[in-house]
Design a protein around this ligand. Sequence first.
Ligand SMILES: C[S@@+](CC[C@H](N)C(=O)[O-])C[C@H]1O[C@@H](n2cnc3c(N)ncnc32)[C@H](O)[C@@H]1O
Length: 295
Amino acid sequence: MNSHLSWSHYWRGGAGESLQAHPASPLYGFVSEYFLNRIKSQESVLDIATGNGALLRRLPAEHDGLCAGVDYSDISPQLELRNRHNFARMDGSSLGFTDNSFDWVVSQFGFEYVAREPALAELFRVLRNQAQVLLLCHREGSYLCVHSKQQLLEAQLIMASPLFLLARQWLTCFHCEQFERCELKLCMDSLFAQIRLPKESSLLLALLHGVMQWVRDVQSGRYSERQAQQIIHQWVLEVETNIERLEHQLNVALSAKDQKHLSAEFRREGFKAKTVALGEKGRSLAWGMYFSRQG
Ligand SMILES: C[S@@+](CC[C@H](N)C(=O)[O-])C[C@H]1O[C@@H](n2cnc3c(N)ncnc32)[C@H](O)[C@@H]1O
């Protein structure tokens, strides 16, 4: 599946808020200090890989410069945001804006997903003289990556779990007379009791509970065989998409080496760089980079 499809799926799946949306997060303060407090009301802003506009929605109401949010996924930000700003479906490596269009380019956990060389070329092309750039990136070892690794492990465990395989087999053979349903139910119950869930494994637990519930629904006649097949197909697709998304997320998370490379590229273009590692209670969250073009 193409990654823009998995991102669209991610947003449709109710991933409503961005990490920094919480005022307690150190990212929140970083965005205020290096973006919101510095932007002048008539300055133009582009948010690359805007998602549902988590950064743009923090612009002050009196800001009246051109403001655009682009993302290549199928996302529908809230109506209020759409009325205030221009949202467009666009790949960050091929921006449909003329040269020297923006005073600001910002991106929160988005720029790092775009193919870097064309993304940088496009970014430098649309920036005006004296422009400023704010990039927030996930960081290897960051909370998000650790969380993704844990979820990936869980999703892989689900796919490989004997319970899941049995449930799948059971539904596939639903119509076979020789399939002994009662025995199978007992067997599944005991398997479920035996499976050792990793600590705090909410995803695995919820999904395995889902499987049990769904097997019971089929047994009690709530679903027909055909519906059951459709449900399992959809379900497998969702777990696989989740796995793919998490793998993608981990693959693209910028390593410290990449971040140095990125800063070097900006410096070569005449930008002054300020990079900050953002952490909370000794745990790193992200890497924030602020660049301003020198006169
Ligand atoms: C982790 S989300 C961040 C979204 C938003 N900036 C936020 O802070 O909530 C990453 C976003 O990058 C977008 N994205 C990934 N690759 C992209 C590309 N090549 N061009 C445009 N958007 C892209 C995805 O669609 C997704 O919405």
